[in-house]
Write a protein that binds this ligand. Structure first.
Ligand code: GN1
Ligand code: MG
Length: 387
């Protein structure tokens, strides 16, 4: 992916990159910007934390407009969801339940919710202080909180009509579409010369893994087409490090990374959260033989989710939850593998073969989910009974 903005570390001795400082200042009102430092390690957008002596810290992000070709619509969705959730949170205020924060969109000097500069699209949102985020979970308490966080988010948005949200990322989580792209990439790849990071043996294994499951991969889209599963507002990317946990109590307080909020199936979110939360080695590991889906974390995550989910899940939703967990892991594997074969054009990578490594992690995780199907179905049955 072309990355045209200067890197944050290309800064002068003062430590402040002048261009980033100028862009950050547009969202900082009259307060001086002290520092702009890289935040997190997303695979798509570029994110910074902006701080200053008198400044409320905020998150500055350059949206990847190759992935999100209509960034104004992304902001439209974010504003619609935040208005809805703010209303819901105002009603709840003073009521029971733990603290919950919805990050606020900041206005630029031009009073817009974004800044367009030299072909780049920038926006800023409030920073949620005194929180941590984890790339992988290792205790049931953490998993329960992550599950609760996703459930809380779904509960807050489920009554926002989908018509108020645009489809900002066509084809997102439509597994048959990713498979069609995989086949197109395979055809082009067959004619392309070798590149660094290629590994014939591991690629052949991955091709076989994809092929064996293709017949089943339309399961959620078919249920959606039959009218069994309704569209609802979803987060789109609720992997564990997008759930912020209070630094002291460990309780979930916010979901961040809201660019993928749009109409979809809650199954995409539930599957994505579980494939991420129940993989204790995390999606960047290279210890493939140790990759596994952890049932203890799964039980706790579903327990946290179930504490709120009974307010909006319907019986048909429950029928497809096992498939969702298996599918989202498989789908992400197909996406990483296709990107590897296409020459790493979508996900940011740090080394040749990085996307192949990531794909194999997801395929090993899928195999571990399949090997534990009965146990996972047992845990899902408990979720259905939860009240
Ligand atoms: C991407 O950029 P990031 O890390 O928030 C991707 C998700 C994947 C994730 C895997 C818009 O999210 O779908 O699950 O990488 N986002 C998009 O780490 O494609
Ligand atoms: Mg994301």
């Amino acid at each position: 992916m072309a990355d045209l903005a200067p890197a944050a570390n290309a800064s002068p001795a003062s430590g402040l990159n002048p261009r980033l400082a100028r862009i950050a200042a547009a969202f900082a009102g009259s307060d001086a910007v002290g520092s702009v430092s890289p935040l997190g390690h997303g695979n798509i957008n570029t994110t910074y934390l902006v701080e200053g002596d008198d400044l409320e810290p905020f998150v500055l992000q350059r949206l990847n407009t190759v992935v999100f070709p209509q960034p104004r619509l992304v902001m439209g969705n974010l504003l619609a969801v935040s208005e809805h959730v703010e209303g819901r949170l105002r009603q709840e205020k003073g009521g029971p339940g733990p603290r919950w924060v919805f990050p606020k969109v900041l206005r630029s000097a031009g009073e817009e919710a974004w800044l367009e500069e030299e072909g780049n699209f920038w926006r800023a949102i409030s920073f949620v202080p005194a929180t941590t985020s984890l790339d992988a979970l290792d205790t049931p308490d953490q998993a329960r909180e992550v599950g609760y966080g996703l459930g809380k988010f779904h509960e807050l948005v489920h009554d926002l009509p989908c018509e108020r949200l645009a489809d900002t990322l066509e084809g997102f989580h439509i597994t048959p579409g990713y498979l069609a792209r995989y086949h197109a990439v395979c055809r082009a790849d067959a004619a392309a010369p070798g590149r660094a990071g290629r590994d014939g043996e591991r690629e052949a294994w991955a091709h076989g893994f994809v092929a064996q499951r293709e017949g089943w991969a339309g399961v959620l889209e078919e249920a959606k087409a039959r009218g069994e599963l309704p569209l609802r507002p979803i987060h789109g990317d609720p992997k564990v490090n997008n759930v912020l946990l209070d630094a002291t109590s460990g309780q979930a307080v916010a979901l961040v990374d809201l660019d993928t909020v749009k109409p979809g199936l809650v199954h995409y979110d539930i599957g994505d959260c579980l494939r991420s939360g129940c993989n204790p080695l995390g999606e960047e590991t290279t210890a493939l033989d140790q990759v596994h889906f952890d049932l203890g974390l799964c039980a706790a995550l579903l327990e946290g989710y179930g504490a709120v989910a009974h307010r909006f899940l319907c019986p048909a939703d429950h029928r497809y939850l096992y498939d969702a967990i298996r599918l989202l892991s498989y789908e992400l594997g197909v996406r990483f593998f296709s990107d590897h074969l296409a020459g790493d054009v979508y996900f940011h990578t740090q080394r040749p073969g990085h996307n192949l490594d990531r794909a194999l992690v997801q395929f090993h995780l899928t195999a571990s989910i399949e090997a534990q199907e009965q146990e996972i179905r047992g845990l899902l049955a408990r979720l259905q009974e939860a009240r």
